[in-house]
Ligand binder design. Structure first.
Ligand SMILES: *Cc1c(COP(=O)(O)O)cnc(C)c1O
Length: 251
């Protein structure tokens, strides 16, 4: 026989190229981060890519690790608890989902940062459990920037009043703000919300004489806009790992 296997000969050639690998996706996202940084006169080093691996199996995370990605984000404690021990221990994990009270204790040792502290009550729980566990968790405050009933987070107009009691929690290292703008057709639609969150951060820094260096702003749809408006952390899932199968309680 000695021939070439022609079993794919009937397939359109594009098929072999349209499913890009996780490594290629990561390259592209990193390029887009660099471009957005340059466009806004920032250094790409100021921006960390959090690869959101929720719903994706550990094999896919491994592929991303092999392509040099070391920081990942998950939005469910249960899922993270199963995945994280399967992966190298030098990989860093951020929590980005709504944290339920009864999941605070298992979450704290798994994640180096919680992006999604969304109420004073949750902040108190984290503070208490962190004290019991001897930890000082790094956290961001989630701002419900468009006042959506379906979303968790502090109302922008109320955060100033709640800041005093948040700052009184000695175990919390509050490093900045996070937001998830409303789902929109155009990525540009997110810009005004990112601008508002940055402005809120600036005024909190002034009023309380503190530093809130981190802004977690931007997902697959709008991370370039987030970077143009000052994001230091972008949370990108789909552009790296592909579409997620819909699952209840997930974005
Ligand atoms: C799922 C999720 C992301 C990633 O969303 P993509 O659109 O897939 O990039 C980012 N942030 C949070 C809070 C999420 O839950």
């Amino acid at each position: 026989m000695g021939g070439v296997d022609l079993s794919l000969a009937g397939e359109p050639p594009a098929l072999q190229f349209c499913m890009s690998s996780i490594a290629e996706n990561l390259d592209r996202v990193r390029d887009q981060i660099a471009t957005a940084a340059m466009k806004s006169g920032r250094s790409a080093d100021e921006i960390e890519l959090v690869a959101i691996s929720k719903t994706h199996p550990v094999e896919n995370v491994r592929e991303a690790i092999e392509a040099g990605q070391t920081l990942f984000g998950e939005s469910r404690v249960q899922e993270a608890r199963a995945k994280i021990p399967e992966l190298p221990s030098n990989i860093r994990w951020h929590f980005v989902g709504h944290l339920q009270k009864n999941k605070v204790r298992p979450a704290l040792p798994l994640f180096e940062m919680i992006h999604s502290v969304d109420s004073v009550a949750l902040a108190h729980d984290i503070n208490r459990i962190a004290e019991e566990e001897g930890l000082y968790p790094r956290v961001l405050l989630e701002v419900n920037v468009a006042g959506e009933g379906s979303k968790f987070g502090f109302a922008p107009g109320q955060l100033r009043d709640q800041m005093e009691s948040l700052l009184a929690l000695p175990r919390l290292s509050i490093e900045g703000l996070m937001c998830i703008p409303p789902v929109a057709e155009e990525s540009e639609d997110s810009r005004k919300f990112f601008v508002e969150v940055r402005g809120l951060r600036d005024s909190l820094e002034k009023e309380f004489t503190l530093k809130l260096p981190q802004l977690s702003m931007g997902m697959t749809q709008d991370f370039s806009i987030g970077i143009e408006e000052g994001a230091t952390l972008v949370r990108v899932g789909t552009a790296i790992f592909g579409e997620r199968k819909l699952r209840k309680g997930h974005l």
